[in-house]
Ligand binder design. Structure first.
Ligand SMILES: *Cc1c(COP(=O)(O)O)cnc(C)c1O
Length: 360
């Protein structure tokens, strides 16, 4: 077995080792076809089984009722920033957004570009997005309320989702999708770029409630309409078949090996608490967010001064701990503890952090 590192990359990110092994073992001859998964037709029965299995597993994992559709759309989360207002903003009605950081800001901008009546009903920009704003009032006429469930760059997370007060919720769950169970009913739409928690890059999983589809204007380009993807079961044109295959395997791992979202959440909480415990009991490590808003997925922290932080990152790499540098826009450090990051990797990081501080 080749050497594997402890991978804390923010995305694309580590995938479960059993999934990678399964891909490798089956690559040259996928299910007896004599071809690899990347060589078969997206319209073949073999691939249909893969995509249908991914959708069925999603339905089971999230407990989706029949009134929700599950589709895969290219362009990832960033394309959803524009498709959402394009398809779902009702004429003459405002769209509500909560701004909790870089990704929310981008989503807001895409709605503004289209000339929608954008109301940012809450923001944590006053404190550099270091907390989740729980104080807001939703417009009762709003088309939807959009929020980012986990802020990958700033390291905050909604531990209790906002109350839409009757308005459908829409959430960018890219960086904490499938990391915990939640009640889907208040949501009109949920989307997640795959490369954080469920697979490779280049594609988003989108879950849409049936009643939202009536809103889509007829005059949108075919490839920018949700109905196109639903009517064609995500096979409008040639989708990234390999990415969908890997997503299916990750969901199988989540369901059959891990035991579902409740168990995943328990493990994720335990992983995050081990790192936060080091941070909370340290003279050199300092969290960058308000304690009650901090994320279980992306743990952001500083290490003393610039010089010490630089040394921390270099020595981490020397110890096989990869991907701990914070986002280029904020600096500092960030440990991304997505579903596939093992307890063993977390314990290695804990040990390294303790020893780094002790030897100062
Ligand atoms: C990574 C990320 C995105 C952007 O995803 P792309 O696949 O690059 O479009 C959007 N939102 C959140 C919360 C993210 O973490």
């Amino acid at each position: 077995m080749e050497k594997r590192v402890h991978n804390f990359n923010p995305g694309p990110a580590t995938l479960p080792l059993p999934v990678l092994k399964e891909i490798k073992e089956n690559f040259l001859n996928f299910r007896g076809s004599g071809m690899s998964i990347v060589e078969i037709s997206h319209r073949s029965t073999l691939f249909e089984e893969v995509i249908n299995d991914a959708v069925d597993r999603t339905r089971r994992l999230l407990g989706l009722d029949d009134n929700y559709h599950v589709v895969f759309i290219q362009g990832s989360a960033s394309l959803q920033f524009c498709m959402i207002p394009m398809n779902l903003a009702l004429p003459g009605s405002p769209v509500n957004y909560i701004n909790t950081g870089t990704w929310s800001t981008k989503a807001i901008k895409e709605a503004q570009i289209q000339g929608k009546d954008v109301k940012v009903i809450a923001t944590s920009e006053d404190k550099n997005f270091s907390y989740i704003p729980y104080d807001y009032k939703v417009d009762n006429q709003a088309s939807y309320l959009h929020f980012t469930s986990n802020n990958t760059i700033k390291g905050t997370q909604w531990h209790q989702f906002p109350d839409g007060q009757g308005v459908p919720l829409i959430s960018d769950m890219s960086s904490d999708f499938m990391s915990r169970p939640f009640d889907v009913k208040p949501f009109g739409l949920i989307y997640a770029g795959a490369q954080k928690n469920i697979g490779p890059s280049g594609i988003a999983m989108v879950i849409i409630r049936d009643d939202m589809l009536k809103r889509t204007p007829d005059n949108l380009p075919t490839m920018l309409k949700y109905t196109t993807f639903i009517d064609n079961k995500s096979l409008v044109n040639t989708p990234p078949t390999f990415a969908i295959y890997v997503i299916d395997l990750v969901l199988k791992w989540l369901e059959e090996t891990t035991g579902g979202l409740k168990e995943m959440e328990r493990i994720n909480k335990e992983k995050a608490s081990l790192i936060y415990e080091v941070i909370d009991n340290s003279e050199i490590y300092q969290g960058t967010t308000e304690v009650k808003s901090r994320s279980m997925m992306n743990l952001t922290f500083r290490v003393g001064d610039e010089e010490l932080e630089g040394r921390f990152l270099v020595e981490a790499v020397e110890n096989g701990l990869i991907g701990l540098k914070g986002h280029r826009s904020v600096g500092g450090c960030r440990a991304s503890l997505y579903n596939a990051v093992t307890m063993e990797s977390v314990k290695s990081l804990v040990k390294f952090m303790r020893e780094f501080e002790e030897k100062l």
